[in-house]
Design a protein around this ligand. Sequence first.
Ligand code: ATP
Length: 263
Amino acid sequence: MNAVDLKKISKKFHQFTAVKEMNLAIQPGEIYGLLGPNGAGKSTTIKMICGVLPPSAGEGHVLGYDLQREGEKIKQHIGYMSQKFSLYEDLTVLENIRFFSNIYGLTKKQAKERMEQIIQMAGLEGRANQMTGHLSGGWKQRLALGCAIIHKPKLLILDEPTAGVDPVSRRLFWEMLYELSAQGITILVTTHYMDEAQSCDRVGFVFDGRKLLEGEPETLIKEMQLKNLEDVFIKLVEQETQMSVKTRFDKLSFIKEGEDAAL
Ligand SMILES: Nc1ncnc2c1ncn2[C@@H]1O[C@H](COP(=O)(O)OP(=O)(O)OP(=O)(O)O)[C@@H](O)[C@H]1O
């Protein structure tokens, strides 16, 4: 059984269709990257997979639960983390962990065990009583990941989880994702960082609500005879918009032309 299985899923907001007949099959333990420019429909797709936004058409299953009818079940069994860290800044590290353990109905014993594990995993030893808002971006991000997996979900959904954190924290974060994937957890991640996308088992490119291309990063690069995933991304956008990203800014050449006004 696939962890995520969407068949011709669409989402309409009034007249506007944000996601158009999307098919998506993600296997257990896979790290799948959903890529695409701003407004492509990635977050809308993720919200449907999380069971918080009902699709307008199509059918889908997440961890075996029906997307149209079993949204509540899906919410209980997945872990979710967004770029906004999903944490309360005005609570301490411990209070945030306690909050999430309550939401997911952990027993006192489970909560105590996980608290220690999460603090260790996030490298927050000695900071349990520190206000979350005072932590650096990398710490907040690792704490948010810990809170998102406190109930041991089989599917972890990450919406731009590393936006705005430094490269070392991003690397640490990805090491944690590899470890979770090795333990059999399925991971669906959206990112604008192509180096991260290259670390996924498979990626799907979304543009204007449609999935245009899907495959293993190395295979896609080879097939399109390009250097890296960023070039694949740019080529696809250029093809779809019939606009060259490189020549778009020709108008800026006025800066080096003519007289130097400031001198
Ligand atoms: N609740 C809503 N009502 C109306 N339009 C919406 C709603 N939510 C999203 N949209 C529109 O749907 C389109 C897709 O948005 P979505 O947030 O899914 O894109 P995205 O690929 O996640 O972009 P980004 O990378 O900027 O997060 C956008 O044009 C957006 O304005």
